[in-house]
Design a protein around this ligand. Structure first.
Ligand SMILES: *Cc1c(COP(=O)(O)O)cnc(C)c1O
Length: 437
């Protein structure tokens, strides 16, 4: 692409494209978007031919790197057969093979797969399943949900209400009357367990589900917590007959070191939500898994159905790619080989933590985060991280922050040399920004 072609593209972009999470007035005036024309492995190549390391696997999706040859082959082979058919009254091998493989891989007891398109719909389907389950099985009072402060579960109105990131959910509070937010274990595990115990004891008979991002609250600011809360949540929800929904849209597929974050706690949820890494960053695809018990609650007379679906449910391209993703994890020992990389990542962040102006360093598996001390008050709208973003970009890495939280969540199979370069770029960028303070 010539510089003139690039300039023309950006001009037309600013005229027609409304970007997500982006203040468009500032963007129109001074936005300097990356123009990507190719991506391979952990490298993004922009219109000027510059190579950039993708520090967050493109919004946490391409966990096996961009354009993994096996995934692209699976996609094109399936495209040569058929790209889409309705899943109403029709089935096909990709949907069946993937459902079987997911159930074999999932935590014990998850034995039925409901397909949708993205992380938001995976969680939306989960809460509807739970509420409808109780509605038609003798406990219609159990119709509300519990979620955590600082949670993020996506963008439909239902899951926006489950979320608690002010920038995303504040205008829509009115829709959220079915949700109660509880203290997050990231702010203290025992207090969070006590609060959960109290609300279940007092109101358990009106609650259908507890929805959690296990181990890491992602978009809420990479807030980490330990497995003990998950174990307590599992015990308490069983005791009060509340369904436990784990949203592993971010943590699933090895992000935190085990294949599922639930594995670290040794628990099985009643419902498991998957997207992002499920289709390896190739295309939008999602799944909601549940148990025989919940499934059976939709059987019997008079005929009952989960009256919910999306046009692209079980899309054959997505299903075929996701099946290949699972096979690549086995064949290329993705989880096993990521362990040493995670150690490198954690060590580098521990060093960053010694810099003046850096606080609250944490890491788990292939995810590490730190906070910049900031006058901006913290949170998603804080601008403190964006200076680091600009400097890293100049040096060859894409490290989009969450407000004043700087984090890395690269592909799990990032080559060691690229990981070291990414860490060096981030370290240098932090040094420059902090020296100016
Ligand atoms: C990204 C994310 C979602 C929403 O997924 P989309 O595909 O963007 O709709 C839901 N839950 C968690 C934990 C996420 O990280």
């Amino acid at each position: 692409m010539t510089p003139a072609e690039r300039a023309d593209l950006v001009l037309r972009d600013k005229r027609y494209v409304w970007h997500p999470y982006t203040p468009m007035e500032a963007y129109e005036k001074e936005g300097r978007p990356l123009v990507i024309q190719r991506a391979r492995g952990v490298r993004l190549e922009d219109a000027d031919g510059r190579s950039l390391i993708d520090g967050n696997a493109s919004w946490w999706t391409s966990l096996l790197g961009h354009n993994h040859p096996r995934l692209v082959r699976a996609l094109t082979e399936q495209a040569g057969e058929f790209c889409h058919v309705a899943l109403g009254g029709i089935t096909h091998a990709p949907a069946v093979d993937l459902a079987e493989a997911l159930c074999a891989r999932a935590p014990a007891g998850l034995s039925h797969v409901f397909y949708s398109d993205n992380g938001s719909t995976a969680v939306e389907a989960a809460i509807k399943l739970c509420v409808q389950y109780f509605h038609q099985n003798g406990a219609p009072k159990k119709a509300s949900c519990l979620a955590l402060e600082h949670a993020f579960h996506g963008e439909t109105l239902g899951v926006t209400s489950l979320g608690d990131v002010a920038a995303f959910s504040a205008p829509f509070r009115k829709f959220g009357t079915f949700v109660q937010h509880l203290p997050s274990p990231a702010d203290g595990a025992q207090a969070a367990i006590d609060a959960l115990e109290r609300v279940l004891r007092d109101q358990g008979d009106s609650i259908a589900a507890l929805v959690l991002e296990p181990l890491v609250q992602g978009a809420g600011g990479m807030r980490f917590y330990g497995p003990e809360y998950l174990r307590a949540a599992r015990e308490l929800t069983l005791e009060h007959d509340v369904l436990l929904v784990l949203d592993e849209v971010f943590t699933g597929f090895g992000r935190t070191g085990t294949f599922w974050a639930a594995d670290a706690a040794g628990i099985s949820p009643d419902v498991l939500c998957l997207a992002k890494g499920l289709s390896g960053g190739i295309l939008p695809f999602a799944a909601t898994l549940t148990t025989d018990r919940v499934y059976a609650g939709f059987l019997g007379e008079p005929a009952r159905a989960f009256h919910y679906g999306h046009t692209y449910c079980g899309n054959p391209l997505g299903a075929r790619v996701a099946l290949e993703v699972l096979r690549v994890y086995g064949d290329e020992q993705i989880i096993e080989l990521a362990e040493a990389k995670a150690t490198r990542l954690a060590a580098a962040f521990a060093r960053f933590g010694e810099m003046r102006g850096v606080t609250r360093v944490r890491s788990r598996g292939m995810c590490a985060a730190l906070e910049l001390e900031s006058a901006g008050g913290g949170g998603y709208l804080d601008r403190a991280g964006w200076q680091v973003y600009d400097l890293a970009l100049e040096r060859g890495a894409y490290v989009r922050p969450l407000g004043n939280v700087i984090y890395l969540a690269p592909a799990l199979n990032i080559p060691d040399a690229d990981l070291d370069e990414l860490l060096a770029i981030l370290g240098e960028s932090l040094e420059v920004v902090l020296a100016e303070k």
